[in-house]
Design a protein around this ligand. Sequence first.
Ligand code: ADP
Length: 459
Amino acid sequence: MHFGICCGALRRKDSNVNTAWIMDHIMDSRNELLGQRIAGLERRIAYLERIVKVSQILNSTLSLEPLLRIIIQSATELTHTEACSIMLLDKRTGELTFSYSVGHGSEGLNDVTVPLDNSIAGWIVHQGKPLLIRDAKNDPRWHSRVDETIDFDTRSILGVPLKVKDQIIGVLELLNKIDDNGFSQDDIQIASTLAAQAAIAIENARLLDELQRAYDELAELDRLKSNFVSVASHELRTPLAVILGYASFLREEVSGEAGEQLSAVLQSALRLRSIIDDMVNLRHVETGEIQLDREIFSMTELISEVTGEFDQLAKAKQQVVRLELPDDPLKIDADRQKIYLVLANLLSNAVKFTSPQGRVQVSAERKGEEMWIAVMDTGAGIPERDLDRIFTRFYQVEPTLTRRYDGMGLGLSITKSMIELHDGRIWAESVVGKGSRFTVVLPVSPYKAEPVAEIVSNS
Ligand code: ADP
């Protein structure tokens, strides 16, 4: 019994030791597993932090160089590799060029090229998928030339394609795992994610470059056009002045059929002069050469004067032109000549785009410190989608080739510039087939800055 007890005690003691040992062992393995999990999680956090950082930089800068440097630096650090390179594909030569690299001798790699055929990078471009090589020297696609150029010893390679919308534009290559454990699935994922970021950055830079080139070309075309407008308008003005002078003189002298023919010549010459005036004004607006020459004048008087100029034209189309003006002279401090041009453009359009027997009406009133002028017609009208566009240069609702009306599409853009120069505004409202209404709002007197409040110091 005693023995039994003793043995039992011993066995119990033994089993206690075993249990404790097993428990310890379980705890150890659990701790080890936990440690591994924590290390794994830490690696993932570091990886995610890098990706977030790269994305932040990608979103905040358009300069490619620093961004790609961070991408390849992050790639080597996160995958524990000795070197990383980005090679870009030159579509013309069909070669891959080392464009960005970190690692031993990387400075010597700039502009070194690798052929597309029979190379590791070329294979990645052709296949469009990652490639993992544990023993590079024994791979038939491996070229020793690059190693020799920079005195580097390549052992293992992980390469991933740089893709932009299904097009392979290059390759990101990681070389030599530092602990020589071989590349893992994690490494492939890290390299692929960073390669995707690099591809976006490269594409952004390419688009920006293209945009800049298009912008430069446009600026050059604009400069050429301005020069042409300037030279053409200058060269046309002088002979036209001679034509106008003789035609007006002869019109006074000649009657009958020849007189009517001369009237037609005079009308055409006047139209030509208004086109040239538009061209000159456009150039002045574009070059900022235009300045306001202010004076105080009566808006009702100016409106009557301009409308008078269109009387003949309106009568010829049997149109009724009505003025709705108050007795008040509606004094305004503005550039009379430029406001004349504004009203002339609006009235000319109203008469032009209104069919015979239609109506044109001009009204003006003062609202507080502003002058509101409206030019209305019962003409063709303007589709809703064109209401803003008609104020841009050369925009016409009807396509040039099928147009029934003359004009160059410049009047309203010049009109708008003149009004904005006065700190005013203009807009159009219209119903197709019923008519249009153009509203101009001008400050009655130029805006004067409020005097700055005096700072009173009590000290
Ligand atoms: P232009 O009259 O020389 O074509 P504008 O810049 O003065 O150039 O006008 C631009 C376009 O806006 C016109 O071609 C026409 O399509 C439209 N438009 C302007 N005013 C009217 C109007 N009163 N009625 C209908 N369409 C108009």
